[in-house]
Ligand binder design. Structure first.
Ligand code: COA
Length: 172
């Protein structure tokens, strides 16, 4: 875990990784709320490569994703295809939240090995000293289709919290 008060070389590395993650995500990411209060988790492989990155920030509010009714879906592939095609909507009602996941990324060859899940578990026990965050206290910044499939599985519901979406005045 890299914290804002860590040595410059560590922060520089985090910046480089964030830039690479943003490029990989392929679109302009929302800027971090308050740079001095972010926590970055890096997942390092046995051969000392960064294969996962999670950047978390303090937030106050999240908005619940509104689950759309799925058409009758038979296979996992159909579910993934459907999820990739559709936009997501969320409630305009703010709900209290504590931790915003600004970025979550796993190296493509290492996906589906529970690396993202392990990084969130680690985040939940380290974001606030002495407390373990519940899944209800976490929100995801403007999730990608992969992020949505992951968050739905991790949170055990498609109605997880999101923040940082662009919606006229409602960008948090
Ligand atoms: N399609 C369908 N289900 C998925 C999924 C996907 N692409 N990614 C995760 N899940 C679900 C699965 O149920 C998975 O469990 P399973 O593999 O036993 O079926 C469960 O979530 C846990 O996934 P996990 O292995 O912990 O996630 P990961 O390490 O593969 O990382 C992401 C998930 C989203 C971080 C990764 O796909 C990624 O880096 N994507 C590109 C960047 C991105 O879009 N980030 C999200 C920003 S909001």
């Amino acid at each position: 875990m890299v914290l804002p008060e860590d040595p410059k070389y560590a922060l520089k590395k985090v910046d480089e990784i964030r830039e690479m993650v943003d490029n990989d995500l392929g679109f302009q990411q929302a800027p971090l709320m308050c740079y001095s209060r972010t926590k970055t988790l890096l997942f390092i492989s046995n051969d000392k490569k960064v294969v996962g990155c999670l950047i978390a920030e303090h937030i106050q509010w999240g908005y619940r994703v509104i689950e759309e009714k799925h058409p009758v879906i038979r296979s996992e592939e159909e579910k993934v295809r459907f999820e990739r095609q559709k936009a997501w909507c969320c409630s305009t009602l703010p709900e209290p939240a504590i931790c915003g996941i600004s970025r979550i990324w796993v190296f493509s060859m290492m996906r589906r090995k529970k690396i993202a899940s392990r990084m969130i578990e680690c985040l939940r026990s380290n974001f606030i000293y002495g407390s373990y965050l519940s899944k209800e206290e976490i929100a995801f910044s403007d999730p990608t289709p992969d992020g949505k499939l992951f968050a739905t599985q991790y949170c055990g519901t498609g109605q997880f919290l999101v923040y940082n979406f662009i919606n006229g005045q409602n960008s948090t």
